[in-house]
Design a protein around this ligand. Structure first.
Ligand SMILES: Cc1cc2nc3c(=O)[nH]c(=O)nc-3n(C[C@H](O)[C@H](O)[C@H](O)COP(=O)(O)OP(=O)(O)OC[C@H]3O[C@@H](n4cnc5c(N)ncnc54)[C@H](O)[C@@H]3O)c2cc1C
Length: 335
């Protein structure tokens, strides 16, 4: 990994409708700085406060993390909540800037965007990556764990543009050695009729929660069938640790918690610094979505449970005893 890319490295600047940056963007910028010249791609949905672009404070934050330019993509009346629409905007931007790489956070929506950009731009795509660099031939190389976290792979992208969707928490966000003042550039893209064939007919805002988003959280406390539907101990520990609450498929199928909390092969892939599984057996379909977590702690009443095979710390016990005791002790230590 000795060279840098010739064209800019575009980073999709995911943000809330208020314009507040998602925390993962700073992680992407940290990775992007190691690849070449960093440019942000801002796709603001029409009708939101963020449509015109980032505000001054956000721009300064982007500069602190090394963005040399921010491209505000104007998609006209097209609905920028739709993946095909965003993909057309980014494809046009990548072509217009001669970008060598596009980095996105590996969310469900962005993985679809990545695939569509890859198809439209004939670009190599790696999703759910845990790192990205440049090899001595000037190619984007993405790191990725596969087969439920049992293999570490490196994938060299051989096309002029490399599209990489990176999992949250892949690196710690670090400001650049020297801050930049990003130049603002605006690009209007006429979205095709095909991209607008899907429309959003109903939209419900998620109930505001103080907890971090599951895919971005550094700490995730997960409840399984062992909770028997009572997630209060899981939620209490998550709150003491400032973490998110996750669940196994069994727990979501039973309706004990919303489906978007499901972690695993058919749910969200997470890689928090700390994963705590309570009443979770560690079935292979679940492990596929959490095995690359930094430290894995398991609380299970069955010492033979498979999750202990991958746990860094295992506690054999009843979660309704262990979790409240842990939360109480942490509260005491926090003062
Ligand atoms: C195609 C397919 C896709 C799937 N995708 C997913 C997926 O994305 N995510 C996912 O999670 N699963 C998925 N599954 C289901 C998966 O195979 C398992 O069935 C599921 O993960 C098990 O959930 P669990 O650990 O909560 O329950 P169980 O396997 O029933 O384990 C419950 C555990 O709780 C322990 N326990 C019980 N009471 C207590 C207590 N009081 N205190 C402490 N421990 C206790 C038990 O000892 C046991 O180990 C998928 C399955 C298929 C076929």
């Amino acid at each position: 990994m000795t060279t840098t890319l010739t064209g800019p490295v575009l980073v999709l600047l995911d943000h809330a409708s208020t314009g507040a940056l998602r925390t993962t963007v700073l992680e992407l910028l940290t990775i992007a700085r190691g690849l070449g010249t960093v440019h942000g791609a801002w796709v603001g949905a029409a009708g939101t406060p963020a449509a015109a672009g980032p505000d001054d404070a956000t721009l300064a934050l982007l500069g602190e993390h090394g963005a040399e330019a921010v491209h505000v993509v104007d998609l006209g009346p097209a609905d920028a909540r739709l993946s095909p629409v965003v993909a057309e905007g980014l494809t046009a931007l990548a072509a217009g800037t001669g970008a060598s790489a596009l980095l996105l956070t590996s969310s469900f929506e962005n993985k679809e965007v990545a695939a569509r950009v890859g198809l439209a731009a004939r670009a190599g795509v790696v999703v759910d990556a845990s790192g990205a660099g440049v090899d001595d031939q000037g190619r984007v190389v993405a790191a990725k764990t596969v087969f439920a976290g049992t293999w570490n792979t490196r994938c060299a992208i051989r096309t002029d543009l490399g599209v990489v969707a990176l999992k949250a928490n892949s690196v710690q966000a670090v400001p650049a050695d020297a801050a930049t003042v990003p130049a603002i550039a605006r690009l209007s893209v006429a979205v095709t009729e095909a991209a607008g064939r899907t429309s959003i007919v109903e939209h419900t805002e998620r109930v505001a929660s103080d907890r971090p988003a599951l895919g971005e959280a550094q700490v995730v406390v997960v409840g399984g069938r062992g909770t028997n539907g009572d997630f209060s101990a899981v939620e209490e520990l998550a709150d003491v640790l400032g973490g998110a609450v996750g669940a196994t498929r069994v727990a979501t199928d039973e309706g004990w918690i919303a489906h978007d909390a499901q972690i695993g092969q058919t749910g969200v892939t997470i890689a928090p610094k700390l994963y705590i599984g309570a009443g979770v057996s560690g079935a292979v379909h679940h492990r596929g979505g959490m095995q690359s977590s930094g430290t894995i702690v398991a609380v299970n009443s069955d010492p033979e449970s498979p999750i202990f095979e991958i746990a860094d710390y295992g506690i054999v016990g009843d979660l309704f005893t262990v979790l409240p005791q842990t939360a109480a002790e942490l509260r005491r230590l926090q003062g």
